[in-house]
Design a protein around this ligand. Sequence first.
Ligand code: NAD
Ligand code: UFG
Length: 338
Amino acid sequence: MKILITGGLGYIGSHVTVLLLQKGYEVVSVDNLDNSSIDVLEGIEAITGKRPFFEALDVRDENQMTNLFDKHPNIDGVIHFAAYKAVGESVEKPLEYYENNVSGLVQVLKPVTRKAIPFIFSSSCTVYGQADKMPIDEDIPLKKAFSPYGNTKQIGEQIIADCCKAYQGFNAILLRYFNPIGAHSSAKIGEFPQGIPQNLIPFLTQTVIGKRETLKIFGSDYNTPDGTCIRDYIHVMDLAQAHIESLDYLIKSNNSEACEVYNVGTGKGVSVMEIVQTFEKVTGEKVHFEISKPRTGDVITAFADPKKINNRIGWKAQYSLEDSLMSAWNWEKQLKIL
Ligand code: NAD
Ligand code: UFG
């Protein structure tokens, strides 16, 4: 089976590519290298002994996309990762975000809906905003998004749902990721944050390795057991596995719902302080941190109810938080060597 991955050299796309190749799928990978490096292909090959077919292209370019589908007429499934993902940046550059995340999606959907190819979309728990109840299940009404990035995910979901209704035979799954962290156990692929990391785990590992001075914990007076924010941190390899199981399910099922949405999380809420403590315990390293003022736009608590994906697709997170943090640390350590 041949699977097209857009944004295939990015953080999540590269981990999904590894699993697909290991399971014997053929992978066509495209990426414009905006937020990744061609060297990721070496990492993928070192782990799997295989290389995906790769083309450096921009999914917004209709001609390039048409040529790609002409070159590969038998694509059995598409996983669409290509997008910008920095929440703060999206507030400063909304048009870039709408153009890439929304127009890019539309360009990908043109050939995909024409050929009714099963489609998996990278959505985010950011679509829920601050949910009124925990854990968050897929049925709670979506709130207004906090950022242009969040809007692009809500709009993207709506576009896909409309396409599923309009184009006979076109089915899709929307995966709402909670907080992906960690790296492949080989430490040959992982996340490359550009500039100063905005996310907790890369900032933490960069602090411990000495690239940053102090981890700022954004807020300690929240209404949570230890006062710090709570998230659902999911190992990137678990997330990768969720894509493969969702794709298999979509390809095999003759589903009548056409557009299904699933949370991808562990179901466990973990505070920022617990992350620091667990990291120190598993790595034996000390995290230099200070309490800082809350970050604008942060929701206080967000963790998934993953029952729907557990029960319908059969996927369940396997890795522990300890595994995730250890793999993130191993990845950081080898980056220092590079
Ligand atoms: P990433 O930036 O590491 O990967 C995205 C890849 O897409 C990059 O390699 C980039 O170069 C490429 N790309 C961007 N625009 C492109 C375009 N127009 N044409 C071709 N390639 C393009 O990000 P990631 O963490 O792997 O995220 C993948 C997807 O998952 C994104 O859609 C993101 O919004 C979504 N997501 C990520 C997270 C997270 O915390 N990492 C959480 C929820 C959802
Ligand atoms: N945090 C700190 N210090 C830091 C960075 C983060 O205390 O230096 C805290 C945040 O306040 C938050 C928690 O750590 O409480 C997690 O923050 P992240 O920035 O790592 O993750 P978010 O939950 O804010 O958002 C991330 C992605 C979004 C995505 C969302 C859900 O950035 O794109 O997960 O998948 F939508």
